[in-house]
Structures are given as C-alpha cells and as structure tokens.
Design a protein. Structure first.
Length: 392
C-alpha cells in the first residue's frame, strides 16, 4: 500500500486497508458457507492428489485453478482453509487495482447522494462474496484488474499487462479476447491524439491476433470451427438445460435481447429473491438500475463519441461480454456470479460520464463568469471615457 501511495498521491491507503478487512470478512463468510454447503473449492483443493507433476494441470479453463493450487497444497503444505484465504487475498488485489484504475482516469470524485461513488462501488457485498474463495472468480477478477490497470498506461505497466493477460487467458480466453478487442476499438476511436500509422498498426495487430486464436477460442468454447452457427445453437441450448436443472432457473431462451440483458444485469430483484442472500443482491441490483438511469440522456451519446480510449474500451468489453453470456446463462445463481467480473467496467463508464458532465458545468460557469467580468470591464471603460470627454 505504501508503494502504491508513493506512485499515486491521491490514493487513500487507509480506505484500502479497511477494504482489505472487509474483503477478508467475506472470505470468512464464504468459508463458513462452504462448511455446510457443497462448494467447488473443495474439488479445486483436493485436485493436487490426482496429478503426478505440476504441469499436468497447466491448461486454460478450470484446470488452471488446480495448477495454481498444486504447489501450495503439495509442496508448502497449505490446507484447505489456508488456500481459501490465500485466494481471498488474491481477489482483494482486484479491488485495489480497479480502484486505482477508476481514480486515475477521473478528474473529480463523482457523488451518489453525497457519498463518494467509487467508494460505494468498492464495498458492494456481492462483488466481494464471489471473489473471496478458492475458484475462478477471485483469479479472473484480479487478472482483469491487473490487465485494465496496465492498459491505462501501457508504457509503464508492462508487468501488470502481462500478468493480467496471462491469468485471463488461462481462465477464460474469450474474456481476454473481448478486452483486447475493446482496447483496439478504444485506441483507434478514442479522443487521444495518436498518429494514424499507430492506429493502423493496432488494427492490423488485432486482425492477426484474431486469426491466430480464432480456432483455439472456438474449440475452447465447445464450438465447431467449420459450422459455428449450428454448434453455437446446440451448445447454447445444452447449457440452458444444464443451468435450469441447477435450480433458480430463468427460461431466457424465449426472451428478446433487451430482456436477456436486463435479466443478466439487474436480476434477481425483490420479487424473485428466494432467500436473504437474494435480498442483498436485489438491493445491489437496484443500485445498478439507478446508476444506469444516469446515462439515459442525449448528452451521453455526445460524450461516448468523444470519450477517451479507456471509456470506450470499458463499454465495448461490458456490452460484448454481456451479450455473449446472455445466450448461455439461464440460472440466477450463475448470473449473479458471472456478472460480478464485468460490472465495474460499466460503472466506470457511468462515473466517467458524470465526471464529464461536471467538467462541462464548471466550464459553462467559468464562461458565464468571464462574460460578466468582461461586460463590467467594458461598462467601466465606457463610463471612464464619458467622464474624460465631459471634462470632469
């Protein structure tokens, strides 16, 4: 924290220390939950018993978590409890770097009913619950935070970009692909002044990467590269059936795309909350609805057309991943868990827009003040000229 504060003078180390204990509390909550309910974290921990060596599990997807777990459990003697809280610690760094990313890309502190909006976002309970256990949630969240923080200043943060990109690729390659596409779009269309040849190079690099990873990405997602549409429909229907069988099912197959997105972003609400946890999530979703209402203005269209690269990247990542997930998600429990990985991108777009609006209001007030001052100066000059002309 001290090192980060030396680099970012505006960083509140005290706040982040409070957030550390807050996140660790949710690690304890999840650990307690796992003692009485079935949890994938037990499977991840015991996986080291089934491998002859460490790199047997070095593959993208679920196995990567088992690869991370192996040296701690096999060589260092970590037990289940230790691995759970180690993973909680990893998830905490996701909040630290998303906090740094948002703060350094905003000029003011956007307020929500008088409270600092970024601080509220950092303490949303659902975000902490699903990133506080041994599993993909904590690691992909931290990886996205490292990668996003690195991309906001690529020249100085190569380590963060490489580490974050590696984690994202090894857990969910398609999410890394979405971030790279979003960054390409933001880099090309952002308001920053970038030489045209650099934009063409970025576009060419994006095309080359797309070609190289296309087949591997489709195979990872379970699609047939030779018949993408048919295999996509089959896989979507199969996933929907699996998720519906898991309980708290929502039949989204007949929903329109806007309704699918609404379900993914804002449900469960109070009417479909099955338990106390659902009520907490409903309160959080109500906050999301309120924040989303802030962008239903004509001025948002004006803003997004001139927005910086990081804002456009965040918007592309959020929308593209949301649309793709709505076709395979039909269980509220899974939806709650999955959306926690990407909600900070849209929240950043919203507060960046609020930041821009405040900047414009200050500029308009300054212009009005300058006009008044200029008018008063001219009036004084006219009075002075009149006095001199009359000989007084």
């Amino acid at each position: 924290m001290n090192n980060l504060q030396k680099e970012h003078k505006w960083l509140k180390a005290g706040l982040l220390n409070q957030m550390y204990w807050y996140h660790m509390f949710f690690g304890l909550v999840y650990w307690t939950y796992s003692q009485f309910n079935r949890s994938d974290s037990v499977m991840y921990f015991r996986s080291y018993e089934h491998y002859r060596n460490w790199f047997d599990a070095f593959e993208p997807g679920t196995l990567f978590i088992e690869w991370v777990n192996y040296p701690f459990a096999k060589w260092l003697g970590f037990n289940y409890d230790m691995m759970m809280f180690f993973s909680t610690w990893v998830g905490f760094w996701g909040f630290v770097y998303f906090y740094c990313f948002m703060k350094e890309n905003l000029r003011f502190n956007p307020k929500f009913e008088g409270w600092d909006a970024i601080t509220i976002f950092m303490f949303l309970p659902n975000m902490h619950f699903w990133t506080a256990s041994l599993g993909k949630g904590a690691y992909i969240f931290a990886g996205l935070a490292f990668l996003t923080y690195g991309l906001s200043w690529p020249g100085k943060r190569i380590f963060h970009m490489v580490l974050g990109g590696f984690i994202c690729y090894m857990i969910r390659p398609h999410i890394l692909f979405a971030v790279l596409i979003g960054m390409g779009v933001g880099f090309i269309l952002g308001r920053e002044k970038v030489p045209m040849y650099q934009k063409y190079l970025a576009a060419a690099a994006g095309i080359v990467i797309s070609i190289l990873v296309y087949d591997k990405l489709l195979l990872y997602l379970g699609f047939d590269p030779n018949n993408v549409m048919q295999s996509f429909e089959e896989e979507t229907e199969l996933n929907a059936q699996r998720l519906q069988a898991a309980g708290s099912a929502v039949d989204m197959t007949s929903y329109s795309l806007p309704m699918k997105l609404f379900t993914f972003w804002f449900r469960p609400l109070f009417v479909d909350s099955p338990n106390a946890l659902g009520l907490v999530v409903s309160l959080e979703n109500a906050l999301y609805i309120y924040m989303f209402s802030k962008i239903f203005k004509k001025s948002f269209i004006d803003y997004i057309s001139i927005a910086p690269a990081m804002v456009k990247m965040s918007a592309v990542v959020f929308v593209s991943i949301s649309i793709s997930m709505t076709f395979v998600m039909s269980n509220l429990g899974i939806i709650i868990r999955q959306k926690s990985q990407i909600m900070y991108y849209m929240l950043f777009v919203i507060v960046a827009f609020m930041d821009w609006e405040k900047t414009n209001r200050i500029k308009k007030r300054a212009e009005i003040y300058n006009r008044i001052v200029e008018r008063e100066r001219r009036e004084r000059e006219e009075v002075a000229v009149g006095i001199v002309g009359s000989g007084e």
